[in-house]
Design a protein around this ligand. Structure first.
Ligand code: 3H9
Length: 710
């Protein structure tokens, strides 16, 4: 007789001798304690039930499973452990069939690998993304996948963490149906045939892992190939070693090796950082500034003011997402130049094989150029990306206020200016918001959404939601000079420049920060961006910095000498024609020495540790002030900004997670020490924030703070 029984997140339904175990643990069928316990007990029941001849594991959600419950990694995992549940499945005396009615990731795919047969539909995806969490697949994935799809494919999936279409994985699925709607009937048919042919369990432990003769060097070749992307990461090498073990050991021993490598990853600060970052990225969209029921404004047409590098890049985001854009520039020559640059960018992507010629034309056809404000009156969103000067921006917003339709969102891409002041030049401050893109705007994932005092909540919600449509990660912040990202980078560059005066070289400072994990050090970055940009910002900020005569004095001198970076062939380094490789320039050291002497600064040998502390601790301290002021609602938002906007190594989780990991007392004490050891400079710039002091004294972390809303 058929029966139905429900254990919360898993239901067991016996139909015609087949036990159908359906996972139903929204949102992603994470394999937390209840799911593991439910799976284990239902499988044991089904094995003991003489009326059951086969077991099907499937899901009620659009996803098969998103894998182990990552939140449990922090709080601790209770038995039954996933590898043990999977052992029960693999050694079952009745055939177990996984029916993937949606994507399967990590432990979710490992459940399917432990089953004896697998069924899915065309277009579905599976992956083992554990490496992105600083770990490796720890429930048999590194041992079973190579046995099913071969070493090369398994290695690639496990080390890259990227999902793959099911059709590309020969050997993994016994049946791939055309569409998800036919999965149920296809499964019934498959299982009926299986039983009628008496095909029993088929554990993959019996399969050998062989490396084709011409692929003996597979592991060494793979290591060499990923050297650049894997720089600084611990987990990729552990993944490789685990897959290597699958080729050398029987399954049971391979599983033990995998477990030990998994634990060695799990204990690292990198794993903590990457898991923190997984939740940080998602938490960035949880904001208190609007409600679930707050409506969003419809965005069907966008206008971008300014066809320079930023404006062009911003326009590309919308064209890429199929949203029509009007690009406005006052002079036709500048407009044509901007449109030409956009085409060049698309064509360069097409040459790399990442875009077809038709796509280039399709995207270009979504961007219309104009020199007339009259052409943007029906835009739902206007993003201003003109020269970074208050008077110019205010003039643009005054015009937008005159021409744009009621309800249009008026956004500014300013990276430093006061958006409340910009909003004042309109009669609709509730519609004004900051949408701060990072350069190159068509590439960088980050979008700082800046709410001004009067920005309406539906405008904030629309901007946050729109970010998803254009494939950005949005972080909501408040108004202050430089918002979160640029405000915190200021002490970082200030200290890097001051260290030059004190005797460090650009090369030493860049190397230390590159080795810390940044894609490049501050001097290489400055030369690439152009030293004139910082120079003009400093000119506008004289009242904040004039009291410190040493403030970026070498950078100022270089700009005044016409050494504005890569584009002029000289900056903090020198460059050969057509080559972006920085070359050390002794002239820069001479300039630094002369300036130091003029300021009475004694040059000395600077340790690498001091470079890290001097550049990063004031940056973190600024982050603490930002939290104190409510400019960012939570420390994890700052981490998302730094990883996606400034290349802070994700394996350190972002500056605030890094601070929590090394201990806030250590940072506080170092700040206090520098206050005395660095004389006037220390007294001015190394004052710990009240929040840092409070947390350090109580032994708390930034992550423990309750999110704020301003
Ligand atoms: C693993 O499996 C280890 C094993 O090898 C060994 C064990 C021994 N756990 O991303 P979304 C939450 S490690 C807990 O916005 P989407 C997420 O935080 C795991 N929570 O949805 C969010 O919560 P909130 C390997 C999870 O549709 C909500 O679910 N697996 C998990 O855009 C919705 O998430 C992975 O690394 C989880 N595993 O994307 C896959 N997954 O609403 C990780 C999600 O409160 N997950 N949440 O912000 C993903 O890549 C995506 O979430 C997925 C869905 C593609 C599944």
């Amino acid at each position: 007789m058929d029966s139905k029984q429900t254990v919360s997140v898993i239901s067991a339904d016996i139909q015609h001798g087949v036990a159908i175990l359906t996972m139903d643990n929204p949102p992603v069928n994470a394999l937390g304690f209840q799911v593991r316990k439910g799976l284990q007990s239902h499988i044991v029941d089904a094995l003991e039930n003489d009326g059951v001849r086969a077991i099907v594991i499937t899901s009620r959600l659009a996803l098969f499973s998103g894998g182990a419950d990552i939140a449990e990694f922090k709080t601790g995992t209770e038995a039954p452990m996933l590898p043990d549940v999977l052992q029960t499945i693999e050694s079952a005396s009745k055939p177990v069939i996984a029916v993937l009615s949606g994507a399967a990731f990590g432990g979710g795919l490992e459940v399917a690998l432990a089953c004896h047969y697998r069924i899915t539909f065309k277009g579905n995806k599976v992956g083992l993304p554990e490496v992105n969490l600083g770990i490796l697949p720890g429930a048999g994935g590194t041992q079973r996948l190579p046995r099913l799809v071969g070493v090369t494919k398994a290695l690639d999936m496990i080390v890259s963490g990227k999902p793959k279409p099911v059709e590309s994985l020969n050997g993994l699925f016994d049946l791939i149906v055309d569409d998800p709607a036919s999965l149920d009937s296809a499964t019934q048919h498959f299982v009926a045939e299986l039983l009628s042919e008496n095909r029993g369990p088929r554990p993959c432990s019996s399969l050998p892992v062989s490396i084709p003769h011409d692929e003996k060097e597979v592991f060494e070749t793979y290591r060499a190939g990923i050297k650049k992307q894997a720089r600084g990461f611990f987990a990729p090498e552990m993944c490789i070693q685990a897959v290597e073990a699958s080729t050398l050991l029987p399954l049971s021993e391979g599983l033990q090796k995998e477990a030990s490598l998994f634990m060695s990853c799990m204990k690292t600060p990198q794993a903590r950082a990457q898991q923190h970052f997984f939740f940080a990225e998602r938490a960035a969209s949880h904001v208190n500034d609007y409600a679930k029921e707050t409506p969003i404004r419809e965005i069907k047409k966008v206008a971008v003011i300014g066809a320079g590098t930023m404006g062009g890049g911003i326009a590309m985001n919308f064209a890429n997402a199929g949203i029509p854009v009007i690009l406005l520039e006052l002079k036709d020559e500048a407009l044509q130049k901007g449109l030409g640059k956009i085409r060049e960018n698309y064509e360069a992507t097409a040459r790399k094989g990442r875009l077809s010629a038709e796509d280039v034309e399709l995207r270009m056809s979504a961007i219309h150029g104009t020199t007339e404000y009259a052409d943007i009156t029906d835009a739902d969103l206007v993003i201003e990306a003109v020269f970074e000067q208050m008077a110019i921006k205010q003039q643009v917003f005054k015009t937008l206020d005159e021409v744009c339709k009621p309800g249009a969102i008026l956004a500014t891409n300013t990276s430093t200016l006061d958006i409340n002041e910009i909003a004042k030049s309109t009669n609709r401050p509730q519609d004004v918001i900051g949408m701060h893109f990072f350069s190159p705007a068509n590439v960088m994932k980050l979008l700082e959404v800046v709410k001004a005092d009067k920005t309406a909540s539906d405008v904030i919600k629309t901007a946050m939601m729109l970010a998803k449509r254009i494939n950005k990660v949005a972080v909501l912040v408040g108004v202050c000079f430089g918002f979160v990202g640029n405000r915190m980078i200021e002490p970082y560059s200030r200290e890097a420049n001051r260290l030059l005066l004190e005797g460090a070289t650009p090369e030493q400072i860049d190397k230390v920060l590159y080795d810390f994990g940044f894609p490049m050090g501050p001097f290489t970055m400055g030369d690439m961006a152009g030293l004139d940009i910082g120079y003009y910002v400093r000119q506008e900020r004289q009242e904040d910095i004039a009291h410190d005569p040493s403030y970026c004095v070498v950078a100022d001198k270089l700009v005044e000498m016409g050494r504005v970076g890569l584009k002029s062939g000289r900056g903090a380094y020198r460059y050969e024609e057509g080559n972006r490789q920085p070359i050390n320039d002794p002239d820069v050291l001479t300039i630094a020495k002369e300036q130091a002497e003029a300021l009475g600064i004694r040059q000395r040998t600077i340790s690498d540790q001091e470079i890290i502390e001097r550049c990063l601790f004031p940056l973190i301290n600024e982050g603490a002030k930002i939290l104190e002021e409510g400019i960012a609602a939570k420390s994890s938002d700052i981490d998302v900004i730094y990883v996606y906007g400034y290349g802070f190594p994700v394996y350190r989780g972002g500056p605030m997670q890094y601070a929590d990991e090394i201990g806030l007392d250590k940072i506080y004490n170092a700040m206090v020490d520098y206050q005395t050891t660095l004389g006037e400079h220390g007294k001015t710039w190394f004052v710990p924030s009240t929040l840092l002091k409070k947390l350090a004294e109580s032994g708390a972390t930034f992550a423990s703070l309750t999110p704020t809303s301003k």
